[in-house]
Design a protein around this ligand. Structure first.
Ligand SMILES: Cc1cc2nc3c(=O)[nH]c(=O)nc-3n(C[C@H](O)[C@H](O)[C@H](O)COP(=O)(O)OP(=O)(O)OC[C@H]3O[C@@H](n4cnc5c(N)ncnc54)[C@H](O)[C@@H]3O)c2cc1C
Length: 340
């Protein structure tokens, strides 16, 4: 399997705010759609919030975000640039950096939760609440020539780039049951679809369903993805030497939540049937670890940009509610102490 290197898409907007001193209300780990929308809600509630972002969102290779109402066709880097700007407009900070450790710390004198987050460069921050929005890593099948086309003519999501590859000769690189649904979805977009089983099972029922929809099946193993003289994807080489001409290949990557550095939070992780691995979360992204929320692809691998942003907003709102309750409890406690 090839782990896709997440490349920073940002050149001109690499500005980083100064890390806050003292204790902030919330730290958001990850500044993609989920993290920035969570931070926006927190900042607009006048909560001190710091987003720490290592600058490599999952969709960095894509030219544009599609299927997102009102912003369809906008480059991912532009959406994030605007998001950072809006968070800063309300006093939120966005800091460039990679979190290498996050763990609970001693509570405050009045018993409120505290967390310590440490960055790769040694800086650290204390926060009352944590929103984890680190996204996921796509792990591609180990086929020579495949990774260089990732996000362009090697695609995974019919809703993200299906329209852009309509009517092209498309191949689906089979990865078992996870590839059958996407094959039927890509069939909606082209008459010319070939399913390469590539050593994975395809049961008789699925073969019959594919045949009924005019999807051809190739069982000879795939050895290489072939590029043309212009560098574009040109075909799929099989073990018998034959090259099957294709312009686009749909794959089902393994999706793994980006958990590195966050082990100290003790968040439970689960395996999902669609080959994904993610943090476990409940309503509004709350987790079983008090004071820690998760939003976006780190907990929901199929969430697109809109759903990830919405999840971040819900988590941000939930955090502000919990902070309001904690502040009210603390105020009551202080009054009781004065009157005692
Ligand atoms: C090729 C491709 C094309 C896509 N096209 C579309 C599309 O057209 N439309 C659509 O709706 N969706 C699309 N998606 C899906 C989209 O990428 C996700 O829905 C979205 O990125 C999820 O947002 P997120 O905030 O959860 O994660 P991300 O956007 O991945 O953001 C996570 C952020 O956390 C940071 N981070 C991770 N770990 C740390 C750490 N330890 N410390 C600090 N920062 C950290 C990362 O650098 C990153 O900036 C596409 C995905 C791919 C792979």
């Amino acid at each position: 399997m090839t782990q896709v290197t997440q490349r920073p898409p940002f050149g001109e907007d690499s500005a980083s705010d100064v890390l806050a001193e003292g204790t902030v209300d919330a730290v958001v780990i990850g500044g993609g759609a989920a993290g920035l929308n969570g931070a926006l809600i927190l900042a607009r509630s006048r909560r001190s919030v710091v987003v720490i972002d290592s600058g490599s969102p999952r969709n960095a290779p894509a030219e544009a975000v599609h299927g997102l109402l009102a912003l369809d066709g906008t480059p991912p880097s532009e959406i994030l640039r605007r998001g950072r700007e809006q968070v800063r407009q309300y006093g939120g900070r966005v800091v460039r950096g990679e979190v290498v450790s996050a763990e609970s710390a001693a509570p405050s004198a009045d018993g409120d939760l505290r967390f310590t987050v440490t960055l790769a460069d040694g800086r650290s921050l204390t926060a009352r609440r944590v929103l984890v929005a680190t996204g996921l890593t796509d792990v591609l099948p180990e086929v020579p020539g495949l990774a260089e086309h990732w996000g362009h003519s090697v695609v995974h999501c019919p809703f993200c780039h299906g329209w852009e590859v309509r009517d092209e000769p498309i191949g689906v690189l089979g990865a078992g049951a996870a590839s059958i649904g996407p094959a039927l979805l890509f069939r909606q977009l082209t008459e010319d679809l070939i399913y390469f089983t590539n050593g994975t099972d395809l049961d008789a029922d699925s073969r019959a369903r594919f045949a009924a929809r005019g999807i051809r099946v190739v069982d000879t193993p795939v050895t290489e993805i072939v590029s043309g003289p212009d560098g574009a994807l040109a075909g799929v080489r099989l073990a018998d030497g034959q090259v099957v001409a294709r312009r686009v290949l749909a794959v089902s990557p393994q999706m793994q939540a980006r958990t590195r550095g966050l082990e100290g939070l003790g968040l439970p992780v689960r395996d999902l049937p669609n080959m994904a691995r993610g943090f476990v979360s409940g309503p509004a992204g709350a987790t079983e670890v008090p004071g820690v929320w998760v939003a976006g692809n780190a907990t929901d691998p199929v969430a697109q940009v809109g759903a990830s942003a919405a999840a971040g907003a819900l988590a941000g709102a939930d955090i502000t509610k919990m902070l309001a309750i904690a502040d009210t409890d603390a105020a009551l406690h202080a009054i009781a102490e004065v009157n005692a």
